[in-house]
Design a protein around this ligand. Structure first.
Ligand code: ADP
Length: 492
């Protein structure tokens, strides 16, 4: 036994392929086809009925002509007898007139015959009548008694009359059959017209129902989903059924709604992360300040210890400052309010500054500089490019929890200046190397502080200065981030 689901996917697939365009084409051609077929049927029936009616008319006309010939033959016969009995010339005239009428009636019958068979039979009747008239005229001559003449001519007359009678009978039967056919054609035409009158509205109704189910209802459901969504039901999704155009619209709406939902979720998580990441250094800052203050009051701290505490405080403030700076940059870029002050600069000096900045920050991450002897000049916003480099070095330290050297290398690469920051840290899996430049993308939120903005801000800054940023990394081995900027053209 077929399970209902056995046919389901196939049926769904076939239904899915009927696009709005093909549905309307099918409806148009379907209705036009029914109309055309009805018109052809009515035209054929009308022409057939006309032909059959004309045939009946001709058959009846032949019957009338043959019957008239019979009557005139009898008149001819009677006038011949009277002529023989009385010798009155008026009977001779009447007889000749009757003979002429016979000839005219036979001609009329011949003109209305249907086909060769009829023509032959009328010809035969004509011949038999002609033979009788010739015989009758011949018998009138030798002075035979009228009764004898009648008797001698009678067999010829009988034969002609019988042939005419038979022909009339057959023609009447044929006419009756043709009439019957005309009647049947009439009934068929009426039935066809009725069928069209009933079938057209039914077909129209069927098509409307079909269009309603296949197009209108999916459209209505999509409309309801959109309305519900805009009324605040953010969990509502459209059904992706119906013709491809509507299913596509439903899918696009769902993707949009999902993406908005993800964005909402991301924003929420981002706010949480920002609050969390701002609170940690602030709490530490507050505790350090309170402790230092209390111990200073008691005179427990040496000058060296006070300086150490101050360095810690400065570090925490730096981190806070950087995070707030990233957030501000991001917001400015998003809002389109972002200015650069471009000037010529030797990239090597930026590398030296980054080393100075981070060198003391971690005993486990020595910083090594590899610089070319000659200047590597680019046109850039010095402060912004320094910010990018700081972010890369800071990440290199942050994501190398086991320690390890961080190398900052500056060199020329064709028409570009290249700044490469290399670490021996945890590395980044290939599938994540594309996404880390997107805002709020953090691969290991629990392992290191941050909000996931550093790289996306760096990318925006580098690209705004006509450059590009790339990563090359291997999990467990380390990462190298490279920034390329066009070299400044040496003045000619
Ligand atoms: P944050 O450091 O604040 O998380 P970033 O935009 O600077 O944000 O970096 C995004 C993510 O890329 C980080 O969360 C981290 O997972 C990954 N990442 C960045 N630099 C490195 C690196 N040198 N080694 C390994 N992973 C890194």
């Amino acid at each position: 036994m077929d399970s209902p689901t056995a046919q389901g996917p196939e049926a769904t697939r076939i239904r899915r392929h009927a696009s709005v365009r093909s549905i309307f084409l099918a409806a148009t051609f379907g209705l036009a086809g029914i109309g055309l077929a009805a018109a052809i049927a009515v035209a054929i029936l009308a022409s057939e009925t006309g032909r059959a009616s004309r045939q009946v008319g001709r058959e009846l006309e032949t019957v009338r002509a043959v019957a008239s010939a019979q009557r005139e033959v009898l008149i001819y016969s009677r006038e011949s007898l009277l002529l023989a009995e009385t010798g009155d010339p008026s009977h001779a005239r009447s007889r000749d007139a009757a003979r002429a009428e016979v000839a005219a009636a036979i001609e009329s019958a011949k003109a209305n015959t249907n086909g060769h068979g009829d023509q032959a039979r009328v010809g035969e009747i004509d011949a038999l009548i002609g033979r009788y008239i010739a015989e009758r005229d011949r018998l009138l001559g030798p002075g035979l008694p009228p009764g004898k003449q009648l008797t001698l001519a009678a067999p010829y007359l009988d034969e002609a009359m019988v042939a005419a009678d038979r022909y009339i009978e057959d023609s009447e039967r044929a006419a009756t059959l043709t009439e019957e056919r005309v009647r049947r054609l009439g009934t068929a035409a009426t039935s066809a017209a009725l069928a069209v009158v009933v079938a057209l509205p039914l077909a129209l109704l069927g098509m409307l129902r079909w269009v309603r189910r296949r197009v209108y209802l999916p459209f209505l459901r999509l409309h309801e989903a959109l309305n519900a969504y805009s009324a605040g039901e953010k969990g509502v999704r459209a059904s992706e059924v119906g013709p491809p155009e509507l299913a596509d619209m439903g899918r696009t709406f769902n993707q949009l709604a999902d993406s908005l939902e993800r964005q909402r979720q991301t924003r929420f998580e981002f706010l949480l992360a920002v609050a969390h990441d701002l609170r940690n250094p602030l709490t530490a800052l507050k505790a350090t300040v309170a402790l230092t203050d209390a111990r200073m009051r008691k005179g427990e701290l040496t000058r060296e210890q006070i300086e150490q505490q101050q360095r810690r405080l400065a570090l925490q403030v730096d981190r806070l400052n950087r995070m707030v700076g990233d957030l501000l940059d991001m917001t400015r870029v998003e809002a389109g309010r972002f200015d650069l002050s471009i000037a010529a600069c030797d990239v090597r000096s930026l590398a030296v500054e980054a080393k100075d900045l981070f060198e003391g920050s971690s005993a486990f991450h020595p910083i090594r500089l590899v610089l070319t002897d000659e200047a590597v000049m680019v046109k850039c916003d010095r402060q912004r490019l320094g910010q990018v480099l700081d972010n890369l070095v800071s990440n290199a330290i942050k994501y190398s929890p086991q320690g390890g050297e961080v190398e900052v290398r500056v060199h020329r690469a064709g028409a570009y200046a290249c700044i490469a920051v290399r670490d021996h840290g945890m590395g980044i899996a290939p599938e994540n190397q594309g996404t880390i430049f997107e805002p709020f993308q953090r691969l290991r939120p629990d392992q290191a502080p941050g909000v996931g903005l550093g790289l996306s801000v760096s990318k925006l800054l580098v690209e705004a200065q006509g450059g590009r940023i790339e990563v090359q990394s291997e999990v467990g081995v380390g990462s190298t981030f490279r920034v390329y900027l066009p070299l400044e053209q040496a003045p000619a």
